[in-house]
Write a protein that binds this ligand. Structure first.
Ligand code: ARG
Length: 459
């Protein structure tokens, strides 16, 4: 396929150089965005009298035909072309003749590729939003189901205070809500059209950039042509946001892996989301959760790569920027796959309520409440803390829970203890009494679930 830039050269490009420079193996992915951008460009050129109506119609029909034929499989992309832009323009000229050569009037591949990548990223933002919405809906349903499913809460991976599964899941609900909102923020900030920036300094043709922008669903044209062709901030923001999503998924996976161990048995990952061992017949491994945790590094890698690529680039376009694609595409695919797989895994997980309940009753998770009980009886908090600390040691030696002690035993530590201590430190009380918004008590959780319900309706 003919090059777009042969005229100035008297010698053939070295074949290694040609392949090193070519990008079609990865930018063919945005053929649709490239053609849609060209369609808008050509319509604008005709509106401005730069192309005749007849020329525009021929080009529009030609481009539409190419798009349909690629989608239906009738037209195969020629991977000997330098890039997708060359392929589309070359195919157009083959099909409609000389008028196809007018397509690139008032345009450079620099603003063309800036547009294509933006259009592609914009679509991916919407895809990620849809996947996050699905995941949030799953978490929301589980939160409603598990308002009264008690479990221990941890700090330092040591049992700390009792809470509910609904509350624990609610933490992830907040994280993924923020992730979703980050998508909306990035979309809003990036939604300006670079087409018309030319190679770097605009063009002398009387382009109507606002018109092209509106045809492509942008909020307007970018306001500086050098920035228009060399801005990749939106991609860096998107990869950062994907990295944060992966970090959240990875933390959740880590917990699920722990909860799924023989030692915990809080959950059982379904057979459909587990794999076995080639040697140990008894094994059922949480490979999907591990893989999601593992793939997080890959998405961070893409973010790091583009940050490093961009940091030393003088304005405006430099070929280094072609490196914005491969790892980004890999990160988009990886993150989307992980959200989808995670949602499926979560939907099929069995929560072992009894195990969680009995785990919540052990480990002295009611020690804080026992101290608070003494405070209500007039004991200063610092003294109460010390008394309960001593009681904990006593119980550890006796291998029992705090509420297993008799009232006489309690009284040996403090006269302030009375019969109502048992009710005050029961698991039920410990959870129920946590009423402030954001806490695990069922009243507070119901309020939060209502807020989330509204959020899901609005988004
Ligand atoms: N494949 C190139 C890229 O991805 C397209 C832009 C080429 N521009 C140029 N001045 N060589 O960045």
């Amino acid at each position: 396929m003919a090059k777009l830039w042969g005229g100035r050269f008297t010698e053939e490009t070295d074949s290694l150089v040609y392949n090193f420079n070519a990008s079609i193996s990865f930018d063919s992915r945005f053929y649709r965005q490239d053609i849609c951008g060209s369609l808008a460009h050509v319509k604008m050129l005709a509106k401005q009298g730069i192309l005749t109506e007849e020329e525009k119609n021929l080009i529009v029909d030609g481009l539409t035909g190419i798009l349909n034929d690629i989608e239906s499989g009738k037209l195969e992309i020629d991977y000997t072309a330098e890039d997708i832009h060359s392929f589309v323009e070359g195919t157009l000229t083959d099909r409609i003749g000389t008028v196809g050569k007018k397509l690139h009037t008032g345009r450079s591949r620099n603003d063309q590729v800036a547009l294509d990548m933006k259009l592609y990223t914009r679509d991916e933002i919407n895809n990620v939003k849809a996947l996050l919405k699905e995941l949030l809906t799953t978490i929301h349903r589980l939160m409603k189901e598990h308002i009264n499913t008690y479990m221990p809460g941890f700090t330092h991976l040591q049992k700390a205070q009792p809470l509910t599964l609904s509350h624990h899941l609610g933490a992830y609900m907040e994280m993924f809500k923020r992730d979703y909102e980050r998508m909306c923020d990035i979309y809003r900030r990036m939604n300006y059209c670079p087409l018309g920036s030319g190679a770097l300094a605009g063009t002398t043709y009387p382009l109507d950039r606002a018109y092209t922008a509106s045809l492509l669903g942008f909020d307007g044209p970018t306001l500086n042509s050098m920035d228009g062709v060399s801005d990749r901030d939106y991609l860096i923001e998107f990869l950062s946001a994907l990295s944060i999503i992966m970090m959240h998924l990875s933390r959740f996976c880590e917990e699920i892996i722990i909860w799924n161990t023989n030692e915990y048995q809080f959950v059982e990952i379904s057979d459909t989301y587990s794999t076995g061992s080639s040697i140990m017949p008894q094994k059922k491994n949480p490979d999907i959760a591990e893989l999601i945790r593992g793939k997080t590094g890959r998405v961070y890698g893409a973010l790091n790569s583009i940050l490093v690529t961009m940091k030393g680039l003088p304005l405006a376009y430099n070929k280094d920027m072609q490196e914005d694609k491969e790892l980004s595409f890999d990160a988009f695919d990886t993150a989307k796959g992980c959200i989808r797989l995670f949602d499926g895994m979560l939907k099929s997980i069995k929560f072992n309520k009894d195990r969680m309940y009995s785990s919540a009753t052990g480990g002295y998770t009611n020690a804080t409440d026992a101290a608070d009980y003494l405070v209500l009886k007039g004991v200063p908090f610092r003294d109460a803390h010390k008394i309960i600390g001593e009681i904990t040691v006593y119980c550890i030696n006796k291998n029992c829970a705090i509420d297993d002690l008799t009232l006489d035993e309690f009284k040996k530590f403090s006269e302030a203890f009375e019969e109502d201590i048992y009710d005050a430190i029961s698991l039920d009380t410990c959870v129920r009494k946590r009423l402030t918004i954001g806490a695990p008590g069922p009243d507070s959780m119901s309020r939060v679930i209502e807020i989330n319900e509204e959020w899901l309706e609005e988004n």
